[in-house]
Ligand binder design. Structure first.
Ligand SMILES: Nc1ncnc2c1ncn2[C@@H]1O[C@H](COP(=O)(O)OP(=O)(O)OP(=O)(O)O)[C@@H](O)[C@H]1O
Ligand SMILES: [Mg+2]
Length: 265
């Protein structure tokens, strides 16, 4: 089948932090478009991978950026030796064959790109391929999911109201300390007690948010630190490399973060 390579064979590890699995299952059953909101590195991508596996649906992921055109999403005519052939883009593939299409960083896409999803996300559930004079009716299993990090982008880059209001939303954040320690221990391959200390560094860094730091350390960063520790790097050096230095260039903030690391180890 066309989407075989988009199937997720093995269960992606996902530790729930609330009732997000049940809520997503309900939205999926209704084929409702869903928006995953939350800061970087908090588990949005991992969650949709897990849900696609759990629901037995192929997952077609597109990373949006400002150069992404509508044609990149829906497809284009390609020039071949025997003439032109049409090639479905990732969105069209998902629509035709019934996948979950995951548009990552949706706000990065230009408005004229974003509008192609409008007829798919209302009662029509159809995708017009103007260049081909075809209207593709969505497969019954098709679902659209988008992700975005609220807060970073300028107003100009925010989602249009007519786009935003087509989606139900799930909010993601950094998990509670105990859960986050489970995740770090498992993903980095370190012990629970060590993971708890790394998570404590993360929590302290998040308290510096707004005091010069744009974002605290993400779960992703804490896992990076854990992975260095798992390879024998001393915990303080690992936190400096994986958390303190990447987070900020400001010397005072680095001192504050280094002090937070020192307090945890
Ligand atoms: N609840 C969770 N269960 C399992 N792993 C998690 C969870 N939350 C975060 N992770 C881990 O954190 C890493 C980063 O998460 P992920 O890539 O899903 O972030 P994201 O929210 O998609 O970030 P971005 O907005 O930058 O794309 C994952 O690779 C995974 O190892
Ligand atoms: Mg992601």
């Amino acid at each position: 089948m066309a989407l075989q390579t988009y199937r997720i064979e093995r269960e992606p590890f996902y530790r729930p932090t609330g009732d997000e699995i049940a809520l997503f299952e309900a939205a999926h059953a209704a084929r409702m478009p869903v928006m995953l909101k939350g800061p970087t590195g908090c588990g949005k991508t991992r969650f949709i991978e897990h849900m696609a596996w759990r629901l037995g649906r192929p997952l077609v992921t597109v990373a949006c950026n400002e150069d992404l055109t509508a044609s990149d999403l829906v497809g284009r005519h390609l020039l071949e030796t025997e003439g032109t052939v049409w090639q479905d883009g990732p969105l069209t593939l998902a629509v035709r064959h019934g996948a979950i299409c995951y548009l990552d960083e949706i706000v990065e896409a230009r408005a004229d790109t974003t509008v192609v999803i409008h007829p798919l996300t209302d009662e029509r559930r159809a995708l017009p391929l103007d260049k081909r004079n075809e209207l593709v009716t969505a497969h019954p299993d098709f679902q659209l999911v988008v992700a975005y990090n609220p807060g970073y982008q300028s107003v100009a880059k925010d989602l249009k109201e007519s786009t935003r209001q087509r989606f139900a939303a799930l909010e993601f954040g950094y998990p509670a300390a105990g859960i986050e320690a489970d995740i770090v221990a498992r993903e980095a391959g370190i012990g629970q007690a060590m993971a708890a200390r790394v998570v404590a560094v993360g929590e302290r860094s998040r308290n510096l948010r707004g005091r010069g730091l744009e974002e605290g350390a993400s779960t992703r960063m804490l896992i990076h630190a854990g992975r260095l520790i798992a390879r024998g790097v001393a915990p303080e050096a690992a936190c400096r490399m994986a958390i303190v230095l990447p987070l900020t260039d400001d010397p005072d903030l680095r001192d504050a973060l280094a002090a937070a690391v020192g307090a945890c180890f």
